[in-house]
Design a protein around this ligand. Structure first.
Ligand code: AGP
Length: 607
């Protein structure tokens, strides 16, 4: 949720920390701060974007080769200068940046207040640095370890102390933390995006682990001070992956990257010559997958919508009973799960707290746990029994687009692989493989409609209530289309199965309401046409996503976005693209910050 970065080495820390913050700004962007060690602690904090902080820093003051910085997504205390991180203890000697939530901060605060500690901010985080200072007796590592024993909640922290130059103490529980290993320099960060510019060699801290890092070495151990040997791995992303590359926004870049991302996602996995699907990451569990009687999918947000498509795919193509669960509900519902069940956790970031907890709950109950994840080395990827990476490259825009595409493709490949081993005939599989192979080119064709879609966005950008409707495989597309519009343009939009409209929402329809139908040619096309008639009868403004060549619908809808014809189970892959562009253009026209929508963050690492 927040982004933390710390540096110790031989170079000036400030530019490295500010650059790292900017690359992590999608994690949270309501306030920011920096602290540099140089004889003492030099701290600067500001509400708002990192550019505000940058404009107030006096470079001469902030000199030094060790420091830390933070970009915030507020959980406790409004996004103000005082509540921004780094938080400094009462003596002004210890500073800390924190990503996560200290759940028992109230009782710790009372305990420290009784000891005479005065607090400056409303945050839960400040309590931890004050607690560390309370236990400080000349050894920062010991003080941090002692303080963390009393803490309940989640954290990724970095701590520095004016009395111990060049040293960073870091620890994680529930929030991601990576250490970039350079030549006599180290970068500790929430995200590889802040490290990639300096080194591709990294260490992933696991839950319950700490690290002590100084300018020419590091040690890793558990919170109980048991040494841990960590493997140094190589990052698979490159700097260009996380740069705009000439686009005005990462979201547009990532929408336009979908043809290539789809090809990368299927490379080495969809083999049309051999007529088979190859998913190396699932090879060890192939037998269990084919034999399982129940699949439970758990996820949040857009990933949950991909899960909903997978429910249709697994029941239709693999004939396996499948349920889709909101991770935040599933984790606390004491669900009925057995060791015969397979649980699939879908997550772009691989760090979403609710999805991680739902996964652990399922594993606790003996289920086989699979991951469908984009970020390599992320916690969900490391904790699942097996899984499939999306291989769509880093996704920076907060609104997920190419990762959603990758999730749909991976789930389709899993369903086809299991289906072929259950009842799907080889000719049917071959038909789907050929259709998948053509998907990148078909998406490419849809992205060419961007300007035409811009015109429709121009026309409806001031409508403040929209409905998105679809049936069958296109019902989740309606939910996802509505979510894209909501999260970046702040227009209220609701997605639902078309038939549900008659049971209430149809009352909302007026001549000012855009109603987006996903009406591609498939087994439920006629039904959708009837629903369109119901909306037209009430003067609703119909916008349709339809199959190329469908002239009938052109007479019924004010605007039609045509998509190439594909088999019904693959229609979510094409029908979402025009809706991504519609939301993007509407948001830009409304002057919204598309890549960093208000109140959101790319990875939700708190409950
Ligand atoms: C989607 O555009 C949003 N960013 C959000 O709903 C997201 O899908 C959700 O937070 C899940 O994130 P994850 O895939 O990283 O777990």
């Amino acid at each position: 949720m927040c982004g933390i970065v710390a540096y110790t080495g031989f170079r000036e820390a400030r530019p490295i920390l500010m650059e790292g913050l900017k690359r992590m700004e999608y994690r949270g962007y309501d306030s920011a701060g920096i602290a540099i060690l140089n004889g003492g602690l030099h701290v600067s904090k500001a509400p708002g974007r990192i550019s505000v902080l940058e404009s107030q820093i006096k470079p001469d003051e902030m000199r030094g080769t060790c420091g830390m910085a933070h970009t915030r997504w507020a959980t406790h205390g409004a996004p103000t200068q005082i509540n921004a991180h780094p938080h400094v203890d009462a003596s002004g000697r210890i500073a800390m940046v924190h990503n996560g939530i200290i759940e028992n901060y109230q009782s710790l605060r009372t305990y420290l207040k009784d000891k005479g500690v005065e607090f400056k901010s409303e945050t839960d985080s400040e309590v931890l640095v004050q607690l560390i200072a309370h236990f400080y007796d000349g050894d920062l590592e010991v003080a941090v370890r002692t303080a963390l024993r009393d803490v309940r909640g989640t954290y990724g922290i970095a701590v520095i102390c004016a009395d111990e130059p060049d040293k960073i103490v870091a620890a994680r529980k529930g929030s991601p933390l990576i250490i970039g290993v350079g030549d006599d320099e180290y970068v500790v960060a929430s995200d590889a995006a802040a490290i990639i510019q300096h080194t591709t060699s990294v260490i992933y801290l696991s839950d319950g682990e700490m690290a002590v890092v100084w300018n020419d070495g590091f040690r890793t151990m558990t919170l109980d001070n048991v040494p841990v040997t960590k493997q140094v791995t190589d990052l698979e992303i490159s700097l260009t992956d996380i740069e705009l590359g000439g686009y005005p926004h990462f979201m547009l870049k990532e929408i336009m990257e979908q043809p290539q991302a789809a090809a990368d996602c299927m490379r080495g996995r969809v083999n049309i010559d051999e007529g088979r699907i190859h998913l190396g990451g699932l090879a060890n569990l192939a037998r269990e997958l084919v034999r399982t009687k129940r699949i439970i999918i758990t996820a949040c947000g857009t990933a949950w919508h991909a899960g909903l498509v997978a429910e249709y795919l697994f029941e239709d193509l693999a004939r396996i009973q499948t349920e889709v669960e909101y991770a935040s509900e599933f984790r606390y519902r004491n669900p009925i799960i057995t060791d015969q069940n397979v649980v699939i956790a879908i997550s772009q970031s691989g760090e979403t707290a609710d999805t991680l907890a739902a996964l652990r709950e399922a594993q606790e109950k003996g289920a086989i746990a699979l991951g469908v994840v984009n970020v390599v080395g992320s916690t969900i990827a490391r904790e699942t029994d097996a899984g499939v990476y999306l291989h769509v490259g880093p996704e920076i825009g907060v609104a997920s687009t190419k990762a959603y595409m990758g999730q749909l493709l991976v789930l389709t490949m899993i369903a086809l692989q299991i289906g072929r081993r259950r009842h799907l005939s080889q000719p049917d599989l071959q038909m789907y493989l050929d259709a998948l192979h053509a998907i990148p080119e078909k998406i490419e064709r849809i992205t060419k409609q961007s300007d035409a879609i811009l015109e429709v966005a121009e026309k409806f950008k001031d409508a403040n209530n929209w409905l998105y409707l679809g049936r069958g495989y296109n019902y989740p597309t309606a939910l996802e289309g509505a979510l894209k519009l909501k999260e970046i343009s702040y227009i209220h939009a609701e997605g639902m199965p078309s038939a549900e409209m008659k049971h209430g929402p149809i009352a909302l329809i007026t001549k000012d309401m855009p109603v987006v139908f996903i009406a591609t040619k498939n087994s439920q096309y006629e039904k959708v046409i009837s629903n369109i008639e119901e909306v037209r009868a009430r003067k609703g403004r119909v916008i349709a996503v339809a199959t190329e060549g469908d002239t009938e619908i052109a007479d019924m809808a004010e605007h039609v976005f045509y998509v190439p014809d594909v088999p019904e189970p693959l229609q979510p892959l094409v029908s979402i693209v025009p809706l991504q562009l519609l939301a993007y253009h509407a948001a830009v026209l409304r002057g919204c910050d598309v890549d960093k929508p208000r109140n959101l963050a790319k990875s939700v690492t708190v409950e």
